[in-house]
Design a protein around this ligand. Sequence first.
Ligand code: NAD
Length: 362
Amino acid sequence: MKIGVPAEVKNHEYRVAATPAGVHELVKHGHDVHVQRGAGLGSHIGDEEYLAAGAKILDTADAVWGESEMVLKVKEPVAEEYHRLRRGQVLFTYLHLAASRPCTDALLSSGATAIAYETVQVGNTLPLLAPMSEVAGRLAPQVGAYNLMRFNGGRGVLPGGVPGVAPAKVVVIGGGVSGLHAAQIAVGMGADVTILDVNIDRLRFIDAIYQGRLKTLVSTAYAIEQAVLEADLVIGAVLIPGAKAPTLISNELVSRMKPGSVLVDIAIDQGGCFEDSRPTTHADPTFTVHNSIFYCVANMPGSVANTSTYALTNATLPYALKLADFGWQAALRQDAGLALGLNTHEGVVTNEPVAVAHGLPY
Ligand code: NAD
């Protein structure tokens, strides 16, 4: 199969949809891979590495899209890419179509076959979203620690303390993929970590791993209030699948938090779990509420594009190989979880939540 890897064009998107290892694997399976010149530069992967892995480098996005039966991307197409979409071509990427009518319409009018990373499932898990939750989770204590520094307006508290001085108190709300990874890094920094979740089985699992090195609490409004009032850093990492994140920390509660405390809302892409959360960007990531600092970047993994590219492509490559080796129809027949990724085909929405979101037939 002819496979294309264009450069990402969305603002501040530095990831790329295939690494040299992925190209090498696809070529080994007998496929032709066309990579747009400079596509990997945002992740510090040079054209020569793709060439050495067996890719052909093409100069323009038009050439890459035009040559390919399947296009691998990271983000949904933006307006300047819409004219390249076409019937008979498979697009495998993050789409988040429920949130974008223009992109949905562009895919439908093109007739393209679009398979979305975020709706591929294995059991109850989302294997192509999990790597980005891992990245965001591990990043959260790092950005939290940075913002706790005095010159950033923070409390001036070192997460691990030093001998004779208590460590910072870190409260993680939500013990799923991102929350557990956040807790892991906070524990590694030497912080005093408490993790809350509504799922007791999940807390049992976390408790068994950490053997007393962190505290687990069932998440109730009462427990959250007690923990948050003591906290130097709060990390919001909750998810109710398919729903807006619940508001777990009110403006009034923030008004009683320690001055200079920091709140990182990982769940901002689902509306955020703190009342005052609003999406911010890497260019201007924080704002102040009462005497606390909020960090609400909706695309945290973008700031560590190199790690994120490898984490994402580790997860997407087996599916890309399946689609290329068997053709998309046979691949989806063989793999019911991958079939859930199909969002549009020949002008029809094939994913129920997307259809419902836009009032379109399904
Ligand atoms: P997950 O499903 O693995 O974990 C969510 C956890 O929240 C579950 O364990 C669930 O039991 C728990 N939970 C639900 N309601 C709760 C409550 N009231 N109190 C405490 N815990 C509660 O989800 P995840 O993969 O960790 O993702 C979390 C959020 O982070 C999602 O909204 C995801 O889209 C987002 N995310 C954001 C970024 C970013 O850059 N900001 C990156 C990746 C993921």
